[in-house]
Design a protein around this ligand. Structure first.
Ligand code: KG4
Ligand code: ZN
Length: 362
């Protein structure tokens, strides 16, 4: 089924990790972004527990859906389409969202779009800053991913320029926060602690030597940095000295944001792209936002970063990508679309009829 409507009213469902997100957009306008997070249930384990997340999605799906409809005043029968995160993410969690989306699409007789979580992080910026320049370079930095992408068309053509070879950027924030005795998830705690700190320690910049850059120009590595911070802190403790938490947080944060922004701008230059979009939970980081702005201004690159609530996982991002697919007349997914925990970033949509997408046949 191919549908092209001028202002499609689309409901998006996101359940790839620990947020149950239901968002509704009309074309490029955000109507509602309802999110229920199970993060507090995971905090005492220091990381997301998949079984706990799946159960929370089951419990929160209907109440979140009802809240989204109530707060937006949208009747489900007025919708033009349903979009859902098909992957990547936690298998059991994805299944809850995909099953709910299929049920809604079937009951309401609507086209269904199974979409990539990472592409959705890019597409959400459309409801914030309008149409995405084509092409755009996108940098996605979250708890599960750190990727640099070339995006000629967010609805069906995303190319990977590089990604992390070990920890994701958000994972590094979470692990370093743990070393410093801060809470989970670590990013916001480090962000806050760093506000009172000085950049006094020169922590290593991963994959940044000339030799590294030959093979890994647009790839990231944060595991060496994490270990360097842990060693530094440990050596202070062994010596019986105080650990200057704020300074360590500020210095660590500086090392991460320095590498991220440097490589992102280098990718824009290499591919002659004048727009950089940053998304994912780590894009909420205040130092990253400030440094990216400074460096983009200096390089003549237009920077697009959505507001913090739209950087972390939510349903609006999925709805936004679904609406773009409808606006561009992309075919709907088949109702048999999978929950694909390892969906590659280059597959923007799942459940596509094989014969339709000639130019992107695998
Ligand atoms: O995109 P997201 O909500 O979920 C995933 O798909 O992973 O990202 C969550 C990650 C966590 O690792 C969290 O520590 C990090 O984003 N994060 C931050 C900040 N807020 C969230 N990292 C740095 N600074 C922040 N302010
Ligand atoms: Zn995410």
């Amino acid at each position: 089924m191919t549908t092209s409507i001028s202002q499609p009213l689309v409901l998006g469902i996101e359940t790839s990790c620990d947020e149950t997100g239901i968002g509704i957009v009309r074309g490029e306008e955000l109507l509602v972004d309802a999110v229920a997070s199970s993060v507090d249930e995971h905090a005492r384990f220091g990381g997301v527990v998949p079984e706990v997340a799946s159960r929370a999605h089951l419990e929160e799906m209907i109440p979140t859906l009802e809240r989204a409809a109530r707060d937006s005043g949208v009747a489900l029968t007025d919708l033009d389409g349903i979009a859902v995160t098909s992957g990547p993410g936690l298998a059991g969690s994805l299944m809850v969202g995909v099953a709910a989306a299929k049920a809604l699409a079937l009951a309401l007789g609507l086209p269904l779009y199974g979409v990539n979580h990472l592409a959705s992080h890019v597409a959400v910026d459309i409801v914030e800053h309008g149409p995405l320049p084509e092409p755009t370079v996108a940098m996605l930095v979250s708890g599960g991913h750190s990727s640099l992408l070339l995006v000629p068309d967010v609805t069906h053509d995303i190319r990977s320029l590089g990604s992390t070879i070990d920890d994701a950027a958000g994972e590094a924030f979470d692990k370093v926060a743990r070393v410093l005795g801060l809470g989970f998830p670590g990013g916001p705690h480090i962000d806050r602690a760093a506000q009172d700190g000085q950049i006094t320690i020169d922590f290593p910049r991963g994959l940044s030597t000339r030799r590294d850059l030959e093979r890994h120009r647009f790839d990231f590595s944060f595991s060496g940095l994490k270990t360097a911070v842990a060693r530094w802190v440990e050596s202070r403790r062994v010596a019986g000295a105080d650990v200057p938490v704020a300074d360590v947080a500020a210095s660590f944060q500086e090392a991460v944001t320095d590498v991220l922004t440097r490589k992102a701008i280098d990718a824009c230059r290499e591919y002659d792209v004048a727009a950089l979009q940053i998304g994912g939970g780590v894009a909420a980081n205040s130092r990253l936002r400030a440094m990216a702005q400074e460096r983009c201004d200096a390089a003549g690159i237009a920077l697009r970063v959505p507001r913090r609530a739209l950087c972390t996982d939510n349903g609006a991002m999925v709805a936004s990508l679904g609406a773009q697919m409808m606006l561009k007349g992309r075919p709907a997914s088949d109702l048999s679309l999978p929950a694909d925990s390892s969906m590659p970033v280059t597959d923007v949509q799942s459940g596509l009829p094989v014969t339709v997408d000639h130019d992107h046949a695998h």
